[in-house]
Design a protein around this ligand. Structure first.
Ligand SMILES: CC(C)(COP(=O)(O)OP(=O)(O)OC[C@H]1O[C@@H](n2cnc3c(N)ncnc32)[C@H](O)[C@@H]1OP(=O)(O)O)[C@@H](O)C(=O)NCCC(=O)NCCS
Length: 193
C-alpha cells in the first residue's frame, strides 16, 4: 500500500532514508526536517510496516523535485520504488506541476519511471540549495533527470517568471561561493537529535 506519510511514520522514514545515506546514496535527514516536511512524503507500507519512502518538493511553478526515495533492501525489486515515484507523479499532476526532476545515481530505475537524463546546468540554481550540506558538493556525481507531464498545462501563464537556469550564472554550479546556510534554531520544545 502506498499512502501519504503521517507524523507517526517519521521514525521509520528517518531510518530508511538515513540507512541509505550511510551508503552515500542520498542526504541524511534530521527528525526536525522530516516533521517539517512530512506532508511531502509518501510511504510504502506492508503488513503494517513502513518499507519505503519518497518525497516531492515543489521548486517553482513548473518544477518539483522527487527526493529521498528509498526502499528497504529486503523489499526491493518488487515494484514499490516505482509505485512511490508514481504516487509523487500523480500528486504533481494534481498540483498542476508540469515538470519533475531528480538527482540520482539510479538512472536506469528512473528511466523506467519515464525520466530522462538532462544537463544538470539546465536546472535552476535553486535546485542545488541542499548541496551545501553535502560532503560531495565540490565533486558531485549525481545525474540530473527530468520527466515532463505532457498532459499538465504550463502553470506560469506569464505571471511567474522562470527561475534562471544554473548555466545562466557566471559562477558554475559548484556552489563554492554561496553564502553559508543559516541553520534554523531548534524550537524550545524540540527533542534533541
Ligand atoms: C532505487 C530503489 C528505490 C528502487 O526501488 P525498487 O522497489 O527496488 O524498484 P522497483 O522494483 O519499483 O523497480 C522499478 C523498475 O526499475 C528497475 N530497477 C530498479 N532498480 C534498478 C537498478 N538498480 N538498476 C536498474 N534497474 C533497476 C526494475 O527492474 C524495474 O523495472 P521494470 O519496471 O521494467 O520492471 C531502491 O533500489 C533503493 O532504495 N535503493 C537505495 C536508495 C537509492 O539509491 N535511492 C535512489 C536515490 S534518488
Amino acid at each position: 500500500m502506498i499512502r501519504h506519510a503521517t507524523v507517526h511514520d517519521v521514525p521509520a522514514v528517518g531510518k530508511i532514508i538515513n540507512d541509505s545515506a550511510e551508503y552515500g546514496l542520498m542526504l541524511h535527514r534530521s527528525a526536525s526536517f522530516l516533521y517539517e516536511h512530512v506532508r511531502e512524503f509518501h510511504v510504502a507500507q506492508e503488513s503494517g510496516v513502513v518499507v519505503g519512502v519518497c518525497g516531492l518538493s515543489i521548486v517553482w511553478a513548473n518544477l518539483a523535485e522527487v527526493y529521498s526515495l528509498a526502499v528497504v533492501p529486503g523489499c526491493r525489486g518488487r515494484g514499490l520504488g516505482k509505485q512511490l515515484v508514481e504516487a509523487c507523479v500523480e500528486e504533481a499532476r494534481e498540483l498542476g506541476l508540469r515538470r519533475l526532476m531528480t538527482l540520482t545515481y539510479e538512472t536506469r530505475f528512473f528511466e523506467s519511471c519515464g525520466f530522462e537524463v538532462v544537463d544538470r546546468q539546465s536546472l535552476p540554481l535553486k535546485v542545488w540549495s541542499d548541496c551545501v550540506r553535502c560532503s560531495k558538493s565540490q565533486a558531485c556525481d549525481e545525474v540530473a533527470m527530468v520527466r515532463v507531464l505532457d498532459d499538465v498545462p504550463d502553470a506560469s501563464g506569464g505571471m511567474t517568471p522562470e527561475l534562471p537556469a544554473a548555466d545562466s550564472y557566471e559562477v558554475p554550479v559548484t556552489l563554492s561561493v554561496r553564502p553559508a546556510r543559516v541553520e534554523r534554531r531548534p524550537k524550545m520544545d524540540e527533542a534533541p537529535e
